[in-house]
Design a protein around this ligand. Structure first.
Ligand code: C2E
Ligand code: CA
Ligand code: CA
Ligand code: CA
Length: 270
């Protein structure tokens, strides 16, 4: 367990405070994990509300830690960002997701899209666009199959991010805005971003009932997104009632445990 790991580390460096020792332990673990292939991608289906067909998959990283077992990305992505390890790790994710998608295309799976989460720190690297190009070239994946998921933190600095996003779009790669509604960016920014997809954050879906404020917000987001010609994906659909509420609103797609949790590729293939 985690607390064992901390105690163990404190044993080696008794004068360090717990926070620092935990961080150092994990940082060296992260490096080692990357070198030794301890990371894995799981894939969660993105499903058509109207037809129930799988339209795409979102790649979600998992870390099989030799001591702690499965560590969730919420616990190590922030550290990977702080330490800069997100750059090699993010590159690995992009490569692995593109390789997997290409394998599924060759198998004739009929899935249209692989969505990959991109951290702000990755996106801000001067060679980010080149890395995406290189990976597409290496894996042979046609750019139209790839979608990059970005959060509002990426989108905030418009003078920097819009030209990079346009370069990505010009390559034929799609862009989606993740966790929509949780950040602080002005709605008027939306008109300037070359987006394909808006993902409505789970926090709105959680409390969405007929007549609720959340329902009103979800409706408004969907209508606005359609006027801007974006595809809409609702995140975190856990039950039939939530899906029913969405189907009245012409929302294109959803993701959530109701259809399927993220799964390893071997389970997707079955
Ligand atoms: P996210 O991009 O918003 O991903 C959605 C999260 O919601 C995933 O958690 C997914 O497993 C979970 N989820 C999906 N459906 C449901 C549902 O019906 N109910 C509930 N309660 N949860 C659901 P996960 O895989 O733990 O990832 C957490 C976050 O870590 C992601 O949030 C994303 O911000 C980050 N992340 C994951 N993989 C990567 C990656 O490869 N690169 C980067 N930069 N970040 C990643
Ligand atoms: Ca995402
Ligand atoms: Ca999200
Ligand atoms: Ca999120």
């Amino acid at each position: 367990s985690k607390s064992n790991g901390q105690n163990q580390y404190c044993f080696f460096t008794p004068d360090m405070n717990e926070e620092v020792s935990k961080k150092l332990l994990l940082e060296s673990d992260l490096r080692k994990g990357l070198k030794e292939g301890q990371f894995q991608l799981y894939y969660q289906p993105q499903v058509s509300v109207a037809s129930g067909e799988v339209k795409g998959y979102e790649a979600l990283i998992r870390w099989e830690h030799p001591e702690y077992g499965m560590v969730s990305p919420g616990d190590f992505i922030p550290l990977a960002e702080e330490t800069g390890l997100i750059i090699p790790l993010g590159r690995w994710v992009l490569e692995e997701a593109c390789r997997q998608m290409m394998a599924w295309i060759k198998d004739g799976g009929g899935v249209l899209r692989m969505s990959v989460n991109i951290s702000a720190i990755q996106f801000q690297q001067p060679d980010f666009v080149q890395i995406v190009k290189d990976i597409l070239a290496e894996t042979g994946l046609p750019p139209a199959y790839l979608e990059l998921e970005m959060t509002e933190t990426i989108v905030q600095d418009t003078t920097q991010s819009i030209p990079v996003m346009k370069e990505i779009r010009d390559m034929g790669v799609k862009i989606s805005l993740d966790d929509f509604g949780t950040g602080y960016s002005s709605l008027s920014y939306l008109k300037d971003f070359p987006l394909n997809t808006l993902k409505i954050d789970k926090s709105f879906i959680d409390n969405m009932e007929q007549g609720s404020r959340e329902k009103a917000i979800v409706d408004a987001i969907i209508h606005m997104a359609h006027r801007l010609e974006f595809n809409v994906i609702a995140e975190g659909i856990e039950n039939e009632a939530q899906l029913q509420l969405l189907s009245g609103e012409a929302c294109e797609e959803y993701q959530g445990y109701y259809y399927s949790p993220p799964l390893p590729s071997s389970k997707i293939e079955k």
